[in-house]
Design a protein around this ligand. Sequence first.
Ligand SMILES: Cc1cc2nc3c(=O)[nH]c(=O)nc-3n(C[C@H](O)[C@H](O)[C@H](O)COP(=O)(O)OP(=O)(O)OC[C@H]3O[C@@H](n4cnc5c(N)ncnc54)[C@H](O)[C@@H]3O)c2cc1C
Length: 338
Amino acid sequence: MQIESGVSLKPYNTFGLPAVAHTLVRVTADADVRRVVDHPTLGRAAKFVLGGGSNIILTRDMPQVVLKVEVRGMRLVEERTDAWIVEAGAGENWHDFVAWTLAQGWPGLENLALIPGSVGAAPVQNIGAYGLELQDRFESLDAVDLRTGRSVTLRADLCAFGYRDSVFKHALAERSVITRVRFRLPRPWRAVLGYVDIERKMNETGVRDPSAGQLFDWICAIRRAKLPDPALLGNAGSFFKNPVVTPEQCHDIIGRDPAVVHYPMPDGSVKLAAGWLIDACGWKGKTVGHAGVYEKHSLVLVNRGGAIGSEVMTLARAIQESVYGRFGIRLEPEPVVV
Ligand SMILES: Cc1cc2nc3c(=O)[nH]c(=O)nc-3n(C[C@H](O)[C@H](O)[C@H](O)COP(=O)(O)OP(=O)(O)OC[C@H]3O[C@@H](n4cnc5c(N)ncnc54)[C@H](O)[C@@H]3O)c2cc1C
């Protein structure tokens, strides 16, 4: 277990926000977490679990003990007739893991290609993109309890997955360090299509029956064209969740703004495109201080250079207020504000 003091977190968050961790511990195995729990001073201190820092907004220095998860390893656990079960250490890079499974001939995660961050954080927010969510491929995970130091294995029913949500944002928030995640990749493989950008690629290329590798390449290309690369322009991906409203609320909004982008959900509710709402309020490309709204995608807030967390949150609140003022809808931030 490596304990460091006064560590700058700027290189460890994709928004490039400045903050210092008073204490940072690199976790490479369950035993490291247990050592922290049993430690005479660290054991009692508040903790923050850090993965790749692609879904956090740092607004201040961190008095908590930052546990930087660096558990490695990727392996095939079991080859069944109906599925491949694969496992990755929580500290593995998510995209590298997706690429590795494909290279091994175990497709199924390709729609989630190029999502930044670590494997261990993927269940926390039940990452999703292009018609697929982590929960659709989830088998189980291992986590260490930060109060008892005990390792547990959780299956899907205990993870309470929802839209960008899980038990790790509620009852188990700041309680667990996820150390390994297992995935069930169904056999035979079937492409997940139907998403509008994928349909467009199918029409452009004339390929009606893409392979997993082809879908992976398409999704990488679609994402690169649409989203800023955090290595070049600091950001945390979508800054707000798409709000879910009742059909009556949606009908009311359509009455006033017929062009509102909306998607009926299986449970009868309606999901509104938060990016469209922000666009409609005139925010695209705007800058406040050193933070701004990305020119190509209003749902993404960016670091124009030298931004601090409070500036980002000031911009976020201004957007929330104008969307509320015009549509009566409260946008909820997607990243964790620390
Ligand atoms: C350009 C860009 C595009 C994105 N696109 C998408 C997208 O399409 N779909 C999507 O769902 N998300 C997207 N995101 C958000 C982000 O990539 C995901 O939320 C990702 O899973 C975060 O991983 P991370 O390791 O960076 O987590 P961090 O930012 O480090 O942490 C996020 C949260 O998870 C907790 N956490 C992290 N690791 C662990 C662990 N091992 N155990 C317990 N808790 C942990 C942290 O405490 C924190 O609360 C995007 C982000 C960016 C920058």
